[in-house]
Design a protein around this ligand. Structure first.
Ligand SMILES: *[C@@H]1O[C@H](CO)[C@@H](O)[C@H](O)[C@H]1NC(C)=O
Ligand SMILES: *[C@@H]1O[C@H](CO)[C@@H](O)[C@H](O)[C@H]1NC(C)=O
Ligand SMILES: *[C@@H]1O[C@H](CO)[C@@H](O)[C@H](O)[C@H]1NC(C)=O
Ligand SMILES: *[C@@H]1O[C@H](CO)[C@@H](O)[C@H](O)[C@H]1NC(C)=O
Length: 498
């Protein structure tokens, strides 16, 4: 990912405190430190691997899902920036697990250390206690089938937000406790009863406060029966031609708010075969087949051009969605520049005018057709809003939609399409924000979900103004030198000292 950056693969939890301590206490300012020298002079355990650019292993442990952020700011850091970074911590570092995060602030690391946790792959289901404990290397796709086979539901589907928000709430709401390593090397447990203030902040702004080496979740048992619909659901994928865009968007507005068991993802893409922009619409309903067919009936009535409808056990729904596109969506190492906005309501007139802009972009930019998609995740939120807002730092419980405008293109990162994409990304974001339902309380109406935000949004639009003083106090306590700096960093004071 980063030029001139060493990478290390940690193999034991015990090493993390040593490492954090070693890095966080190195206070002397060093403008031109010798990274390779420093890293090789440290004593690592026999199983820990250290690698440098040019080595295959380095690519394996640093390659991200998107290459876009890695190439921002390729010019060398100014002396001032370097002094600031090194006087704060000696060596800048970034701790990574799935490397799927895509906000460009992650690309800020230069001449630093990428700490890879991919060997922290614990996956332990305790059927008596109804808990699941996982290491940071575990991905959602690793979880679903083992959990289901053990008779539980995969609450973490989709990360913090997801299609099941209407029934089970946010994944962070199922979190019971974490093992946490602070910037000063202290290792501790945080839960609702121990270090509860920290636990509040971890659930919404966790990437800013320390390293999580283990997380334990509360599980719910499920009965599995295709007949009653328990543990089963319907996946329906439709293709809607451009000529029907307005009818389709009006339908979504009309049926919103959705019933708790219905989630819809609308993706605008280019159809290579017919040379036109089209809508791919995914509907999932968790429950009995009969109910599911009633829920999707208005969509069928539109007469979409292609459809695939399958009734499946829950984990399989994840792999079936979007005509089974999951594998392709997850391929790492491609250019992906992403803009986001969260919405509280669907305003079909905005969706329709934006669709025209997306279509014009596809028409004018052939090199971006295959790799660009405009996704509108619209989820019910009944179970999410049932949890009091104050319970966690997570700020957007009342959101009902999360937009991901993902621009990709073949050829150079800085090809002419880059600027066109960036301008359209900002424009679409502003269009949707202006009718998001958040216009009264947020500047421009822009609410940005922290896992989707890119860092050019004001902090208030990511973390929420009234939550920031409490988050800043946590940052001041647990990471006063901003060692965890590359994921939409929190300030240590809010509002800033005059
Ligand atoms: C890098 O990853 C590839 C593909 O997973 C694997 O075949 C190769 O052995 C890895 N190389 C190293 C040095 O880890
Ligand atoms: C979207 O639908 C509207 C209303 O039918 C239509 O005027 C417009 O041309 C459509 N947009 C595209 C890009 O086809
Ligand atoms: C492209 O559109 C045609 C005509 O609607 C359809 O048959 C085909 O499945 C579409 N292709 C994709 C990849 O969606
Ligand atoms: C690390 O910081 C925490 C929070 O300020 C504090 O409670 C703890 O004592 C510190 N540990 C060390 C080793 O300084």
């Amino acid at each position: 990912m980063m030029l001139k950056t060493a990478a290390i693969v940690l193999t034991s939890c015990l090493l993390v405190p040593q490492l954090a301590l070693g890095l966080a206490t190195r206070q002397e300012p060093q403008t031109n430190y010798d990274l390779a020298g420093l890293v090789t002079s440290m004593r690592w355990s026999a199983q820990t691997t250290v690698s440098f650019p040019g080595q295959t292993r380095f690519v394996n442990v640093t390659q991200r899902w998107t290459t876009f952020c890695a190439h921002l700011g390729t010019s060398p850091l100014s002396a001032q920036e370097t002094r600031e970074i090194s006087s704060k911590l000696g060596i800048p570092f970034l701790v990574t697990s799935g490397r799927h995060g895509f906000n460009p602030t992650l690309g800020g690391l230069r001449n630093g250390l990428a700490i890879d946790l991919s060997r922290f792959d614990k996956l332990q289901i305790n059927a008596r206690a109804n808990t699941l404990t996982i290491g940071p290397a575990i991905r959602t796709s690793d979880l679903l089938r083992p959990l289901y086979n053990a008779g539980f539901i995969g609450i973490t589907l989709g990360g913090g937000i997801g299609r099941w928000d209407g029934v089970y709430g946010l994944f962070t709401d199922a979190l019971e406790s974490v093992r946490f390593i602070a910037a000063n090397g202290t290792a501790l447990t945080a839960s609702r009863t121990v270090n509860s203030e920290l636990f509040w902040g971890i659930r919404g702004a966790g990437a800013n406060l320390g390293v999580i080496t283990e997380a334990t979740y509360n599980l719910r048992r499920i009965a599995r029966s295709e007949k009653t619909g328990s543990g089963y659901g319907l996946n329906a994928d439709f293709t809607v031609p451009a000529s029907q865009n307005a009818t389709y968007f009006k339908l979504l507005e009309k049926i919103s708010p959705y019933p708790a068991r219905l989630a819809i993802v609308t993706v605008v893409v280019w159809n290579q075969t017919i040379g036109q922009t089209q809508i791919v619409s995914n509907w999932q309903y968790f429950g009995p087949r009969k109910e599911a067919l009633v829920a999707i009936a208005p969509m069928i009535a539109l007469g979409p051009s292609v459809s695939s409808i399958r009734y499946l056990p829950w984990p399989e729904l994840f792999y079936a969605q979007q005509f089974g596109m999951d594998g392709a969506n997850c391929a790492p190492g491609l250019v992906r520049n992403i803009y986001t906005a969260s919405i509280r309501k669907i305003t079909s007139s905005t969706w329709q005018s934006s669709f025209g802009k997306m279509a014009r972009f596809f028409e004018g930019n052939p090199s971006a057709r295959a790799l660009t998609s405009f996704a509108h995740e619209t989820y019910p939120n009944q179970a999410t809003v049932a949890v009091p807002d104050d319970e966690t730092a997570y700020p957007w419980r009342d959101a009902k939609g999360y937009l991901l405008f993902q621009f990709g293109w073949s050829g150079a990162i800085n090809s002419p399409v880059a600027a066109t994409a960036a301008a359209l990304g900002r424009e679409l974001r502003a269009d949707y924000a202006a009718t998001s339902g958040y216009e009264k309380e947020l500047k421009g109406g822009l609410a940005a979900y922290v896992n989707y935000a890119r860092g050019d949004e004001p902090l208030e639009n990511i973390y929420r103004t009234d939550k920031l003083p409490r988050l800043a106090a946590l940052k001041r306590t647990w990471d006063p030198n901003n060692v965890f700096a590359y994921h939409l960093a929190l300030p240590t004071r809010y509002p800033a000292a005059p």
